[in-house]
Design a protein around this ligand. Structure first.
Ligand code: AMP
Length: 283
């Protein structure tokens, strides 16, 4: 595995592959890797000649009161996990090599950025779109791999690629979960024992929504009420949002319709730790 620290060094190494028309898969991450990240890497490896993984904790996507400074890091472990997967390239740039001091140009995807997580994190998706656009320009991959775990992020990036005619295929990969159903996340290490034991309730609520739809329920208020009942089991959970939205435009849906794919999505805090999860539902 080659580890590159600057966009210039990365470009030099990638140029011969591009010239040979090798397909390049790109998996952006913020590190502290787990099976969720590695499943994206494996998929990219399977579908491409070479794979580039980035580890970059992007300051632009963190709000002023968020966990930028305490975001978990373990580069040594990440490197060894990626080596085991036979990853060809690991890109770990410094913040100063991504954002020059007078950096002032950003990418913003309209209303998709303001829904769901965008309500409590108003600048988050602008930060995400900007760094992904920059990395796409640096790497010029054939395919970009994103996890369904961050479904809104996937839609924001998919829309940016469509709206700006970027030459990359955006591929979404399913959520990888712990045995008890909790979606894997770098932030799960923040949870204390009690909260960790309660956290699977998020997935249980999502499964309750799927069950309700399977039994014929079409009214999303009633589905959400059932989900809230399940979430009550977790006494320490502070719910941020619970929504059932159109999978494309992320607008709330009142009555399910078999022609519209929806996502049940939620976010909540256990102590200071904010977790998200979602599930795709077909009526
Ligand atoms: P992050 O390091 O949290 O920015 O995540 C990097 C990529 O991995 C994003 O595309 C995430 O959606 C994806 N990802 C994170 N957790 C999971 C998971 N549990 N299952 C699948 N993909 C994931």
């Amino acid at each position: 595995m080659q580890v590159l620290r600057t966009p210039q060094a990365l470009n030099r190494r990638l140029e011969p592959h591009r010239n040979k028309k090798n397909s390049v898969g790109f998996v952006p991450t913020m590190g502290f890797l787990h099976e969720g990240h590695l499943s994206l890497v494996r998929r990219s490896k399977k579908e491409n000649d070479i794979t580039v993984v980035s580890i970059f904790i992007n300051p632009l996507q963190f709000g002023p009161k968020e966990d930028l400074n305490r975001y978990p890091r373990n580069i040594k472990r990440d490197k060894s996990l990626l080596k085991k997967e036979n990853t060809e390239f690991l890109f770990i740039p410094e913040t100063r090599d991504v954002y020059a001091e007078d950096f002032q140009t950003t990418a913003k995807v309209g209303y998709l950025s303001g829904r769901l997580c965008g309500r409590s994190r108003p600048t988050h998706f602008q930060g995400v779109a900007t760094v992904v656009l920059k990395f796409l320009n640096m790497i010029k991959p054939s395919s970009l791999y994103l996890g369904q775990k961050d479904y809104q992020q996937f839609r924001v990036i998919e829309k940016m690629v469509e709206d700006l005619n970027l030459a990359v295929h955006v591929k979404m990969h399913p959520i990888v979960r712990e045995k008890d159903g909790l979606a894997m996340s770098s932030r799960n290490v923040y949870l204390n024992k009690k909260d960790r034991a309660q956290a699977p309730v998020l997935y249980q609520a999502l499964k309750a929504a799927v069950r309700a739809v399977k039994t014929g329920e079409r009214n999303t208020s009633r589905i959400k009420a059932g989900m809230r009942q399940v979430l009550k089991k977790a006494g320490t959970l502070r719910l941020d949002y619970l929504e059932i939205v159109d999978a494309r435009n992320l607008a709330p849906v009142v009555t399910l319709d078999k022609n519209v794919r929806v996502v049940a999505a939620l976010a909540g805090f256990f102590g200071p730790t904010r977790l998200i999860d979602n599930i795709l539902i077909k009526a």
